[in-house]
Design a protein around this ligand. Sequence first.
Ligand code: COA
Length: 326
Amino acid sequence: MSDHNASENTGPNARRPVVGKLDEQDLPEAARIFRLAFGTFLKVPDPETFWADRDYVYSRQRAAHVASYGATLDGELVGSNFVTNWGSVGFFGPLTVRPDLQERGIARALLAKTMEQFNAWNTRHVGLFTFSDSAKHIALYQKYGFFARFLTAIMSARAVRHTAAGWLRFSELSEAQREEALQSCRNVAETVYPGLDLSGEISATHAQGLGDTVLVEGVRDIAAFAVCHYGPRSEAGADTCFVKFGAARDGGSAEHHYLQLLDACEALAVAAGMSNVLAGANMARHEAYRHLVARGFRSEIQGVTMHRQNDPGYCHPGAYIIDDWR
Ligand SMILES: CC(C)(COP(=O)(O)OP(=O)(O)OC[C@H]1O[C@@H](n2cnc3c(N)ncnc32)[C@H](O)[C@@H]1OP(=O)(O)O)[C@@H](O)C(=O)NCCC(=O)NCCS
C-alpha cells in the first residue's frame, strides 16, 4: 500500500488502523476479505468462495475514476473501500472489513478517508447502497451524515430478445466517434442531474473489457445510454449482463427512449452470450421501476440507498435512470 506512514504501525498506536491507497499487490487479499466479509454477513456455507464468479476489487482499483483505500493493522491489510467519482455524484463501496476484526473502528477509519476524498473532489451528491434490514449498517453510515431513503431492487430477467432498433455499441465505434459519444453521454447525463458524468465508467468498462456501452439513436445526439458489464471478470457475474448505469435524456421522449434502451440492453446480453439481464431499480424513480416489473424483471436483492444530507439527488419520479450504487 502507498500513501501511509509505516511508523504509525508501531508504538502506542500499534493496533490503530492506518488507511492508505490500495496497490496492485494488495488486491488478492482485498478480494479475499471482500468475499469473506459478505459471505460471513450473509451466512453462506463457504464464505471464501462467495461471489467467486464476479469482481468488484480489481476492476475498481484499476479504474481512473475510482479511489481505492485499504486499512492495515500492523502492516497487514484488514479492510478496503472504493470511492467512485461520477462527476457531481459519488458513491462508495464495497466497504469490507475482515470478520474477525470487525467492531473495532476499521470501517470508521476507512469512512473518514472516504469523506475526505469526496471533499477533495467537491462531490455534490453522495450516497451508498446498503442492507435495509441492518441496524448496524444504517447507524454506521448515519454517523457520516447519510440517511436511508429509497428501497432499491436489484432485479433480473431472462434475456431472449435478439433484435432491437436504433442502437450501437461503444466498442464498435472509431476513436473519433468514441470521443463524440462520450461527450454526447455527458450531455444526456447532464439532463438528468447537473454535472453527472459517466465518462470514467464508460472508459473503464471499455479499456478493461468488462462489457460495453449501449448507445440509443446515434453517436452525436444520443437519446439514452447504458454502461453494461457482463461475465465473470466483471461486476455482473457468470451468464449475466449487468446494467451498471443507464439513463434516457430527460424530456417528453424519455419514456420511449428508456424502453428502447431496455430492448438494447437485452439484445446486448444475447449478443454477448448471457442468459440474464440484471438491473438496479431505485423505487423513487417510479416509472423506471414499474417498466422493469412490467417486463418481467423480478427482485433478487432489495437494499436501501442512503443519501448525504438526506438529499434525494436524481431519485425522483420521472427520472428514467437505472443504477444501484453497489
Ligand atoms: C459493515 C462493516 C464494513 C463495518 O465494519 P466495522 O469495522 O465492524 O465497523 P466499525 O467498527 O468501524 O463501526 C461500526 C459502528 O457501528 C456501531 N454499531 C454497530 N451495531 C450497531 C447498532 N445495532 N446500532 C447502532 N450502532 C451500531 C458501532 O458501535 C460502531 O460505531 P462506534 O465506533 O461509533 O461505536 C463490516 O461489518 C463488514 O465488512 N460487513 C460485511 C460486508 C458489508 O456488509 N459491507 C458493507 C456493505 S454496505
